[in-house]
Design a protein around this ligand. Structure first.
Ligand SMILES: Nc1nc(Cl)c2cnn(Cc3ccc(Br)cc3F)c2n1
Length: 499
């Protein structure tokens, strides 16, 4: 045990020590004015979500690894080191180090990247930053590719060692204290890729804690397509199931994935693995839990999280599905949405489009499941019907589809059995163009009611609606597939010639 303990320390110290050696003269550069302004705003204004610097640096590293993987396949460039992200924390020195074996940066990119990002997006970016709420700030970072700037939220000094994968490239050390200038010098012993060493600020020491950083990686970057090591231990071990080919995913894999993302112990009773390229690129896995435990007290949070290119954008995203579908758990990943879209931007056309496509697809999924196994669907409805009815009362856009998912008891079925509205209509009398119902707290009262007597005598079926919410459902629905919904004890019913 002592041996392994010493080995673990060994890997941590060697990885976090700067084995690189600056060899050339340090050239000092002033940050461009808009870059300085940007650093000021970024460094001092994003208190709400400091932790996202981890996500941003991992995303940059993943992009660099993706670029190298592409180069290796096309230009046959081989660097010999495995494509991975290594994060090491030094609790004594309070440093956070992230290293990727990706494509790395040339001297020009090193000098350009920081400035260009600032100058290219700067006008728009600075305006947005200054007048947007802080909520959108942490999201704008990724949008302008300025993820690197987020290191200024947590670092006193930042050192970047980088060497481009292009053959014959030199290694460099870029360094700054974020005050207004940075230095660049040639360095030896720099591995291909990029290594960023952050000396953490007083108020950001928590990012030198392995437990803290482990949970941040699991929260945002758990599905990044390259292994991420934290102090030598691989962190992201759960596969992004939604990106796999549908036919290759087993029920067991779905069960494991469901339990992981829903933080649940039961199994999914329904599973949807949905991918499409039009009108948007969408890859998603959605689940209906076996049982729902929404205690009357607190309202269940939405169960679906929004990803873009396997990076978490919004946990339990409110704008992705309508609130009445909050019992559905899972992941929706769309490459088309702007990276790190913020809540405020959720209304923008791409996202409302995504919401529209996903909602229709979920409704179709549930209807297909009902058609596949009516009995199982009725059990689902006994447990989740309250959500469907909430949708029937509130969602005007999908009224028709939701109507198909409703189930009620009926005078034509024995106690405990339920019918859909389509089922009722399929049993209607010749010439009957209405769907009749009786609002009553219990079946017994319905059976004893004089109205039921009359309807039965005339061979016209009656839906029995026991829930108080049913009245609102009927008032909102008003009709289904051309049939008006008419109360049996209403003057309209009494006047109807059929009876
Ligand atoms: N990991 C990684 N790999 C690559 Cl190839 C690039 C390219 N740009 N960036 C962002 C960035 C920009 C300027 C400075 Br200084 C540091 C920095 F991380 C990258 N990060």
């Amino acid at each position: 045990r002592l041996f392994w303990q010493s080995m673990a320390n060994y890997s941590t110290t060697t990885e976090s020590q700067d084995t690189e050696v600056v060899t050339g003269p340090e050239e000092s550069h002033e940050f461009k004015t808009e870059t300085k302004r940007m650093l000021q705003i970024v460094a001092n204004s994003m208190y709400s979500e400091k932790e996202i610097f981890v996500r941003e640096l991992i995303s940059n590293a993943a992009d660099a690894l993706e670029k190298l993987r592409h180069l290796q396949s096309s230009e046959n460039i081989e660097t010999g080191t495995p494509l991975q992200v290594r994060i090491t924390l030094d609790h004594e020195k309070k440093t956070f180090t992230i290293q990727d074996s990706g494509v790395g940066m040339t001297l020009d990119e090193l000098n350009q990247n920081l400035g260009t990002i600032a100058s290219s997006g700067s006008k728009k970016f600075l305006e947005k930053l200054e007048n947007e709420g802080s909520g959108s700030r942490e999201n704008i970072i990724g949008q302008f590719g300025v993820g690197f700037y987020s290191t200024f939220m947590v670092g006193d000094t930042i050192k970047v060692y980088t060497k481009s994968a292009l053959p014959g490239s030199k290694g460099y050390c870029w360094s700054t204290d974020g005050q207004g200038s940075y230095t660049v010098a040639e360095a030896d012993n720099v591995a291909v890729g990029t290594k960023i060493v952050i000396e953490l600020r007083e108020d950001s020491k928590s990012f030198a804690s392995q437990i803290e950083v482990d949970s941040i990686i699991k929260k945002y970057s758990n599905f990044v397509g390259f292994p991420i090591f934290l102090n030598g231990t691989e962190v992201n071990t759960v596969e992004p199931l939604w990106t796999k080919d549908r036919s290759s995913v087993t029920a067991e894999q779905h069960q494991t994935f469901y339990r992981f993302i829903a933080n649940a112990w039961d199994d999914p009773q329904y599973t949807l693995h949905f991918k499409t390229d039009a009108p948007l690129s969408i890859a998603s896995v959605l689940y209906v839990p076996e049982r729902h435990m929404e205690s009357l007290g607190e309202r269940m949070a939405p169960g679906v999280s929004l990803y873009s290119r396997k990076v978490l954008i919004q946990p339990k995203s409110k704008g992705l599905l309508p609130d009445w579908l909050r019992f559905v758990k899972g992941v929706v990943d769309s490459e088309d949405i702007p990276l790190n879209v913020s809540r405020e931007l959720l209304q923008d056309n791409i996202l409302s489009r995504l919401r529209q496509v996903m909602t229709s697809r979920v409704l179709k999924w549930l209807d297909n499941e009902a058609k596949k196994d009516e009995k199982k669907y009725n059990e689902f409805f006994l447990d989740f019907g309250q959500f469907i009815k909430e949708g029937a009362c509130t969602d005007a856009m999908h009224k028709r589809e939701i109507g198909k998912l409703l189930r009620f008891e009926s005078s034509g079925l024995k106690e405990g059995d339920m019918t859909s509205l389509e089922g009722y209509a399929s049993r209607k009398k010749e010439g009957q163009d209405k769907i009749y119902y009786l609002l009553t707290p219990k079946r017994q009262y319905a059976e004893d009611s004089p109205y039921t007597e009359m309807f039965k005598k005339n061979g016209v079926e009656l839906l029995y609606l026991y829930d108080t919410v049913d009245e609102f459902v009927i008032n909102h629905l008003r009709q289904f597939q051309g049939y008006d919904l008419v109360a049996a004890d209403s003057p309209e019913a009494a006047s109807h010639p059929l009876l």
